[in-house]
Design a protein around this ligand. Structure first.
Ligand code: ADP
Ligand code: MG
Length: 342
C-alpha cells in the first residue's frame, strides 16, 4: 500500500533521512519509532507530499507521490506534528471546510457525523476549537485526517502533549481506525508503539536500524542472559544467594507477586551461562525456586541495543538489498538550504 525506496533528504548539509526503504501492507498498523531528531517528521512530510525528497521514491497504492500527486494524496490522511487547526472555527465548521478542500463528494453532514462519531467529537461539534482541551484538539486533527475516507492514515506523534487518560483514548481511537485503514504512526515512546502497532520500524540519525514485528526483533537479539525467577523465601537471603554467584551482573527484586515468594530479575555477563549456578546456589541456601524463565527483551531493550549498535540487526533490514543500505557520503554534495519547505 505504501512503498518507500531509498528515501534521502538533506537540509543543506544536514542529512535528515538517509536512504530509507520500507513497505507498509494494506491494513497494517506500522510504528515508526525513533528518538527526537531521528527523521520521523521529515519522512512523514515526504510521504504525504508536503516536502520533496533529495532522492528516492514514494508510492501510495502504486501512485508516485511526485508523478501522480493527486491520486496519491487522495489516499492519504495526514495528522502532522502541529495540526493546522483554525482556532476561531467550531469543530463542525472546520471539518466542513476540510470537506470542501478535499472535494468530498459524499453528503458533508453525513460524512462529518460518521467521523465525529468514530473519534468521539459529536458532543463538542459546535464548540470553538480554541476552547477545546489538547486531547480534543488532537481528535479534531485526527478527524480532519479522516475526511474523504483516505485508505492510509499517517499520524505524526499523535499522543504528544496529552495526559495519560487522553493518551489511552487516542490510542483506542487509532486501534479502531487500524481496522479499516493502513496506519503509519510515529512515536519516540516505546510503550506507545508496543501498545498500538503490529510492526515496528526503528530509525536513528535518519537511518533505518530495524524493521520487524516487536516479537521477531526480540528473537533476533540475544536474550540469553536475562532471567526472571520466583523464589520461596525471604528477600534478603535470596538476594545474598543470587549475588554471590560469579558471572551475575545484577539482581533486581520485583517484590512479592505470590504469598511467601519474591520475584527477581537476574542478568548475567554476556556469554556466561549462570543457570546451573543459580539452581545450585538457591538449593544450598534452602530457597526453593518456583519458576525460572528467560525474559524477552522489551522494546526498550531492543531500542537501546539497535540504536547503540546498528550492526546487531543487520539481519532484519526490510526488503533492502546489501548495496542499498550503503552509507551516503554527507560531505560529497551539499545542497542549498530548503528552509521554505519546513
Ligand atoms: P523527528 O521528527 O524524528 O524528531 P525531524 O524529521 O523533525 O525528526 O528532524 C530530523 C533532523 O532534521 C533533525 O536533526 C532536525 O534538526 C533536522 N531538520 C528538520 N527540519 C529541518 C529544516 N527545515 N532545516 C534544517 N534541518 C532540519
Ligand atoms: Mg517529529
Amino acid at each position: 500500500m505504501v512503498e518507500i525506496k531509498n528515501l534521502t533528504k538533506r537540509y543543506g548539509s544536514k542529512l535528515a533521512v538517509d536512504n530509507i526503504s520500507f513497505t507498509v501492507r494494506k491494513g497494517e498498523i506500522l510504528g515508526f519509532l525513533g528518538p527526537n531528531g531521528a527523521g520521523k517528521s521529515t519522512t512523514m512530510n515526504i510521504l504525504t507530499g508536503y516536502l520533496s525528497c533529495t532522492s528516492g521514491e514514494v508510492k501510495i497504492d502504486g501512485y508516485d507521490i511526485l508523478d501522480n500527486p493527486i491520486e496519491a494524496k487522495k489516499r492519504i490522511g495526514y495528522l502532522p506534528e502541529h495540526p493546522p487547526l483554525y482556532m476561531d472555527m467550531t469543530v463542525r465548521e472546520y471539518l466542513s471546510f476540510v470537506c470542501e478542500l478535499k472535494g468530498v463528494t459524499e453528503d458533508h453532514n453525513e460524512h462529518m457525523a460518521k467521523i465525529m462519531d468514530t473519534v468521539k467529537l459529536t458532543d463538542v461539534a459546535d464548540r470553538l476549537i480554541s476552547n477545546l482541551s489538547k486531547g480534543y484538539k488532537q481528535r479534531v486533527g485526527l478527524a480532519q485526517a479522516m475526511v474523504g475516507n483516505p485508505e492510509v492514515l499517517i499520524l505524526d506523534e499523535p499522543t504528544v502533549g496529552l495526559d495519560p487518560k487522553q493518551i489511552i483514548e487516542i490510542r483506542d481511537v487509532i486501534k479502531k481506525l487500524g481496522k479499516e485503514h493502513t496506519v503509519i504512526l510515529s512515536s519516540h515512546i516505546l510503550q506507545e508503539v508496543n501498545a498500538v502497532c503490529e510492526r515496528v520500524i526503528i530509525i536513528n540519525n535518519g537511518r533505518l536500524v530495524a524493521s520487524d514485528t516487536a516479537e521477531n526483533l526480540g528473537k533476533s537479539l540475544s536474550n540469553e542472559n536475562k532471567f526472571q525467577l520466583r523464589i520461596l523465601g525471604d528477600e534478603r537471603s535470596a538476594l545474598d544467594a543470587l549475588e554471590s554467584i560469579p558471572g551475575i551482573k545484577y539482581v533486581k527484586s520485583l517484590g512479592r507477586k505470590e504469598a511467601g515468594t519474591i520475584d527477581f530479575v537476574v542478568e548475567s555477563e554476556p556469554n556466561v551461562d549462570v543457570r546451573a549456578a543459580i539452581f545450585m546456589s538457591l538449593a544450598e541456601h534452602n530457597l526453593p525456586m518456583l519458576s525460572f524463565y528467560a525474559m524477552d527483551l522489551s522494546l526498550e531493550d531492543i531500542f537501546l541495543e539497535v540504536t547503540q549498535n546498528p550492526a546487531i540487526v543487520d539481519s532484519v533490514y526490510d526488503n533492502v538489498a546489501e548495496d542499498e543500505v550503503e552509507f551516503v557520503n554527507v560531505e560529497e554534495k551539499p545542497e542549498e538550504e530548503e528552509g521554505d519547505e519546513a
